[in-house]
Design a protein around this ligand. Structure first.
Ligand code: GDP
Length: 445
């Protein structure tokens, strides 16, 4: 029987010694359990192996945070790494549908949920993005499938291409393209025929259609409950027709989501959506955290991870504050602050959160300041050596030249950064004395 990772690890947690840093043995013991849990969650063996290796490297030697056990900390690292592997580029659920009419090709095996998902996505494009969508079924082998799409179209108020008997898949695709162009549609979706298993004829047909319409997106719809099979299907379709993304269906069932991880690792293609039921609304953007939680065994462990995260951040802030109060504010600190600012919506966002800085925020707003400056400043700091970052006083003319050139910028930019650093260091010191720094840092984390 499936035992979730948190249960699995609870025994191990108790045995792990509480030391200053995670020892190799601690990590190994925990990761053995993680590996078994991944395999039970349907993650393929090579993917599980690589994954565990990556976690091991990250975890060994990490300082153990107060108030969590080493085992719990390993879980946090595992969770973060899962999210990292699952994350694709771009926003979740984003589809390329510019240049009207944009073709979307839907591919997959029969019964995977292709037709249902076609309609779900059409509804979403219509309602969330205000797109005019045309749907067409290319399944000439199953008249019932064509009618199914027509029924769904009526249900969600999306047009379908009129059914003409005796046409080939390619002919229907071309007709859809024509109608989409003439009818002023933004998107046309082609629901290709599925088979029970992959065969050459099916692939050939899909390839012909792809070559004719040049889809903006080719989405593979796979049943998330089929685990390893889903991964093989994804590999095959990607090799033959080239997919741009995956939709995992039946994630409302008790599948453990391991297929998502393998699929992402094996094909490198983003998972765009998950299907969560038969209803037309039951489609959600793919959220890596959710799947990571599912693979790990949900609930308690996720809460635990969040708590650990908070603790780590609080400790980090505490340590930073102590140093700032002593006037130790170096380039690494500045870099962290700049990165934090980018995350929080730039200078304005940050200034507004710092007490007494409202006026500065207004000045920033008026000067038309934008985030590119932060990125340039971060690049300058990255171009400094470790020593230089720790001690900016080292920066004389020749070093400055090298750093500016390394970041592709002028020395004058670097001088501005250094001035800002000095001002901030002074400010931190002053604020530290008045206890304001603590408040300000609290707001940042
Ligand atoms: P196709 O052959 O790939 O086009 O598959 P269909 O779209 O006809 O779907 C097959 C069955 O799966 C239908 O009964 C759908 O209602 C059901 N289905 C599709 N997606 C989901 C999902 O995300 N969750 C659940 N529970 N059922 C789904």
């Amino acid at each position: 029987m499936f035992e979730n990772l948190s249960e699995r690890l609870s025994g191990v947690f108790d045995r792990l010694t509480k030391q200053g840093a995670l020892s190799e043995d601690d990590v190994k013991t925990a990761l053995r359990e993680v590996r078994v849990a991944l395999l039970e969650a349907d993650v393929s063996l090579p993917v599980a192996r690589d994954f565990v290796k990556a976690v091991q490297e990250k975890a060994t030697g990490q300082a153990v945070t107060k108030s969590v056990t080493p085992g719990q900390q390993v879980v946090k690292i595992v969770h973060d790494e899962l999210v990292h592997v699952l994350e694709g580029e771009g926003e979740p659920g984003e589809l390329k549908v510019d240049n009207a009419p944009a073709p979307i090709l839907m591919v997959g095996l029969q019964g995977g949920g292709k037709t249902t998902t076609t309609a779900k996505i059409a509804k979403r494009l219509k309602e969330k993005q205000g797109k005019r969508v045309l749907m067409a079924s290319l399944d000439i082998y199953r008249p019932a499938a064509m009618q199914q799409l027509e029924v769904l179209g009526r249900q969600i108020g999306v047009d379908t291409l009129p059914i003409v008997e005796g046409q080939s898949a390619l002919q229907i695709a071309k007709r859809a393209q024509q109608q989409a162009t003439m009818g002023g549609y933004d998107v046309y979706m082609l629901d290709t025929a599925g088979r029970l298993q992959i065969d050459e004829k099916l692939m050939g047909e899909v390839e012909d259609v792809r070559n004719a319409v040049k889809p903006r997106e080719t989405l593979l719809v796979v049943d998330g409950l089929t685990g390893q099979v889903a991964v093989e299907v994804a590999e095959e379709f990607d090799a033959k027709v080239g997919i741009t993304g995956v939709v995992l269906t039946r994630m409302d069932g008790d599948g453990r989501g391991g297929a998502a991880l393998s699929m992402r690792a094996v094909t490198g293609k983003p998972i765009k959506f998950v299907g969560l039921g038969e209803k037309m609304e039951a489609l959600e953007e793919f959220r890596p955290e959710q799947i990571a939680g599912r693979i790990l065994g949900m609930g308690d462990i996720v809460a635990l991870v969040e708590k650990a995260q908070e603790t780590i951040e609080a400790e980090q802030a505490e340590r930073m504050m102590k140093r700032f109060q002593k006037g130790q504010f170096n380039m690494n600190d500045l870099k962290m602050q700049l990165e934090q600012m980018l995350k929080m919506g730039g200078m304005e966002g940050m200034m507004k959160m710092m007490p007494g800085m409202g006026k500065m925020a207004k000045q920033v707003e008026e000067s038309g300041f934008d985030d590119t400056i932060f990125r340039h400043q971060i690049a300058l700091i990255q171009s400094m050596t470790k020593k230089e970052r720790a001690n900016p006083a080292l920066l004389q003319a020749s070093r400055k030249k090298r750093i500016a050139a390394g970041a592709g910028q002028e020395v004058s930019e670097l001088n501005k950064l250094l001035k800002m650093h000095r001002q901030m260091a002074d400010m931190m010191k002053k604020m530290g004395k008045g206890g304001m720094l603590k408040q300000a840092l609290k707001g940042m984390f």
